[in-house]
Design a protein around this ligand. Structure first.
Ligand SMILES: Nc1nc2c(c(=O)[nH]1)N[C@H]1C(S)=C(S)[C@@H](COP(=O)(O)OP(=O)(O)OC[C@H]3O[C@@H](n4cnc5c(=O)[nH]c(N)nc54)[C@H](O)[C@@H]3O)O[C@H]1N2
Ligand SMILES: Nc1nc2c(c(=O)[nH]1)N[C@H]1C(S)=C(S)[C@@H](COP(=O)(O)OP(=O)(O)OC[C@H]3O[C@@H](n4cnc5c(=O)[nH]c(N)nc54)[C@H](O)[C@@H]3O)O[C@H]1N2
Ligand SMILES: [Mo]
Length: 719
């Protein structure tokens, strides 16, 4: 730190809790038991002393006047947000009483847990409630919110490898950011990309939208949403047919290449041009440059998976670095989730062994139908859901079919409990709200899905009010439900020791005590940027090679255990083609017929710069920068509808509608509108947000969502 700390100020080493690839090392200043400020740790190579516009005043979340500090019981109608304070004992005994009676009436599967990544820590994050709900016998939540489709495709092709060190991008000669708005969503990686660009590397962004990131690129390729697979397959055809393949690498370290050579012949640049809207000559040029400029690197964003063929797209992209021999050098290859480098004891966290293997599985994208119609996708729910327990998630804003979800949540016979920092849109429908601590009030151990550093978050203050960390919440619930296995009462220290395999080579030289001193440690990989993990193959797939022809595809579609509440990995599913194959989008294909006539525009709902999913959208600073809900539309589409910038418009389809302020210009391409996600219903016009229009249809792999595969129409708002 540059300045000496004032006498009574302490600096505590924390870590950002957010579901973001950057997982920053955070220095928390504390005076007299209060957080006075936070700062990015200058010693952390990724954080490099800087926090983002969401978290740079983290104390404002901790001390927000609307924070939930005590257990609350609903006093008004569901959805009105009227609550009174009660004691923890009363809250817990109410839960015990209601659940005991529901279980007696119709069995524990009538209870549905619902959670995602409000916080990402190994103690309080994704898996914190899994053992408890498995033991209870509740329905199993299949949490495929984020990167489940891409991860499935990546596993099929490359196996669970970190692939590249994100820091090695500084050595790349050619970088493709594919469906990734890095300057907003992965900002701390930018410096490595920028360094490469400064050294003469070319930066290409493949994105239908103009973004801060695309503006910084040397080439912006604007594809129609959900059509990128055609582009990737046509690129492979060019690379193969023009002799740009690294034959030696392909011969040694891939399977299925000969079949691929035949398979891609159908995907001419002209075919891809028609599907994507990208000029055929530009496709050829892009393919040639990508192949010739070694080492070349592809960074895929999570948005890559959000259309019907998202899984095939990621498979195709994961084959490309092998074709051109990019893996041979540091700075070459493909980056998805370096999460796979962390030796997490998933089994110990999920405790799938506590669940009956027959327990019903409900995918979280189906929540609206599950609550309103007893229908979870194709599955009719018997027993119906009688109780919903939400933690680490805000489904009313982040999940599709919002209008129906409101009806479901309003059901009088549904007993809903929400653990939260705030009375969110979802929490307004709760019977009970339980107060949760923020990151500065709890211990946690943080992996990252964007770099190779493990962090320890040390609490800097006592919990505010009667808030508890999620792991304490589940200790309390286990006690009140009479679970006497000591497993359910493990303290934080034990949880941290058991969350990771400390004997794994990846953690060699790293200890909890060491982390207490430093706050973070680099996993035991060679020096940052200096290694090429797959220079000589060694892919963790069944064959040890890049599986262009995926042996795992023979098992059909599946969801990785990471994304479930610990149920077994494989699931009977639709057949999966052996080679990456063009799968057109559901709704946004140019040939979408009657649907396209009624709803001529595609809509995407990407991330907002100043929100983290729906978090921070109730904070004055972030709201002021973000403004109210906007809709970006191409000038020509606006002109055709007689609409002008700053007008209020209604965006609608058969599923719902919301109101937004129109922004015309070049940010959206013709035929595609953009409605950034994250705004709260309570602070939006007409109590609705873009999720009201989003489909519940799932993509081809890993039960990923199809939010970029969505048709809408726009008109001037009434009144
Ligand atoms: N500021 C901020 N940062 C965040 C988050 C946040 O809410 N705000 N959320 C975090 C989370 S949970 C995640 S998963 C990541 C997501 O990180 P990203 O995937 O980078 O985020 P998105 O904004 O959803 O999408 C990135 C870009 O993909 C484009 N896109 C959408 N569909 C397609 C398509 O079919 N093809 C192509 N080529 N491009 C497409 C969008 O136009 C958008 O510009 O960000 C994390 N970081
Ligand atoms: N339209 C559209 N929808 C999307 C996406 C999109 O791009 N477009 N992206 C999808 C993706 S990639 C993701 S990851 C999901 C995100 O889905 P969620 O993880 O549900 O998103 P958040 O809005 O971050 O909601 C988390 C909630 O947990 C609360 N919380 C935070 N910390 C704690 C804690 O310690 N304890 C408890 N009990 N609660 C806590 C927060 O206050 C917040 O209300 O959204 C998905 N939905
Ligand atoms: Mo996400």
């Amino acid at each position: 730190m540059s300045q000496p700390a004032p006498a009574r100020e302490k600096i505590i080493r924390g870590a950002c809790p957010h579901d973001c690839p950057d997982t920053c090392s955070m220095l928390v200043s504390v005076r007299e038991g209060r957080v006075t400020g936070v700062q990015g740790n200058p010693e952390h190579p990724f954080t490099a002393g800087r926090l983002c516009p969401k978290t740079y005043q983290y104390q404002e979340r901790v001390y927000h006047p609307e924070r939930v500090l005590y257990p609350l019981r609903r006093t008004g109608e569901k959805g009105r947000g009227e609550f009174e304070r009660i004691s923890w004992d009363e809250a817990l005994s109410t839960i015990h009483e209601r659940w005991t009676s529901i279980i007696a009436d119709c069995g524990p599967e009538a209870i549905l847990p619902y959670s995602y990544l409000g916080t990402q820590g190994l103690l309080n994050g994704l898996t914190v409630g899994d053992a408890f709900f498995n033991k209870l016998g509740a329905s199993i939540s299949e949490r495929t919110f984020c990167d489940s489709g891409a991860s499935t495709a990546y596993m099929m092709t490359l196996g669970p490898t970190p692939g590249m060190d994100p820091e090695s991008f500084q050595h790349s000669r050619y970088i493709v950011l594919w469906a990734c708005n890095m300057l907003s969503t992965n900002g701390h990686m930018w410096k490595f990309v920028k360094q490469a660009q400064n050294n003469g590397a070319k930066l290409v962004v493949v994105d239908p939208a103009e973004t801060a990131t695309s503006r910084a690129a040397d080439l912006h390729i604007r594809v129609r949403p959900g059509t990128d697979t055609a582009l990737a397959l046509a690129m492979m055809r060019v690379i193969i047919n023009e002799g740009l393949v690294d034959e030696d690498y392909v011969g040694r370290y891939t399977t299925g290449y000969d079949e691929l050579v035949e398979h891609v012949q159908a995907y001419t640049p002209e075919f891809a041009a028609q599907a994507t809207g990208v000029d055929a000559d530009l496709i050829r040029e892009f393919a040639r440059e990508y192949a010739r400029s070694q080492p070349s690197a592809i960074r895929i964003g999570v948005a890559i998976e959000r259309s019907a063929g998202g899984g095939q797209l990621v498979r195709a992209l994961a084959c490309m670095p092998a074709l051109v021999g990019a893996w041979r050098q540091p700075g070459g290859g493909l980056l998805q989730l370096p999460l796979w480098a962390f030796p997490v004891n998933w089994d110990r966290l999920h405790r799938a062994d506590l669940a009956d293997p027959q327990t019903r599985v409900i995918n979280q994208w189906y929540l609206a139908g599950a609550l309103a119609d007893d229908q979870a996708g194709p599955q009719t729910l018997d027993p119906p859901i009688r109780s919903l327990f939400v933690y680490n998630s805000n489904p009313l804003v982040v999940a599709p079919d919002q209008m129906k979800m409101k009806q479901g949540l309003a059901r009088d016979d549904l007993f809903t409990v929400v653990s939260e920092h705030f009375v969110t849109d979802t929490a307004k429908y709760a019977d009970l709200i339980l107060p949760a601590t923020t990151q500065v009030e709890q211990w946690d151990l943080m992996f990252s899905w964007g770099h190779l550093y493990l962090s320890l978050n040390t609490p800097s203050i006592e919990p505010c009010g009667e808030a508890v960390p999620n792991c304490e919440l589940f200790r309390r619930l286990a006690r009140v439900m009479g679970f006497d296995d000591p497993y359910f009462q493990r303290d934080d220290e034990t949880l941290m020791r058991e969350a990771l395999d400390w004997d794994s080579p990846a953690l060699a030289g790293i200890t909890l005590d060491g982390l207490r001193e430093t706050g973070f440690a680099r996993l035991n990989f060679p020096e940052a940027g200096a290694f090429a993990l797959h220079a000589e193959g060694n892919f963790p797939t069944p064959s040890g090679k890049v599986e262009i022809k995926a042996s795992m595809a023979a098992g059909g579609n599946f969801v990785l255990p990471t994304f479930r509440q610990g149920a077994e990995a494989h699931q009977e599913g639709s057949p999966v083609p052996a080679l990456p194959t063009w799968t057109p989008p559901n709704e946004t294909a140019p040939t979408a017929g009657e649907l396209a006539a009624r709803y001529p525009l595609s809509m995407m709902s990407p991330k907002s710069h100043c929100f983290l999913n729906s978090q921070w959208a109730n904070h004055a600073r972030q709201l002021a920068r973000e403004g109210e809900q906007q809709l970006f539309m191409h000038e020509s589409d606006a002109l055709a509808r007689g609409l002008k910038t700053d007008e209020l418009v209604e965006v609608f389809n058969a599923r719902g509608r919301f109101t937004a302020v129109l922004q015309t210009g070049d940010r959206a391409m013709p035929g595609v509108v953009i409605a950034p996600m994250g705004h709260w219903l309570a602070r939006s016009r007409d109590d609705a947000t873009p999720a009201a229009l989003n489909p519940t249809a799932l993509a081809d792999l890993g039960q990923a969502p199809t939010f970029s595969d969505n048709r809408v129409e726009v008109r001037r708002a009434a009144g």
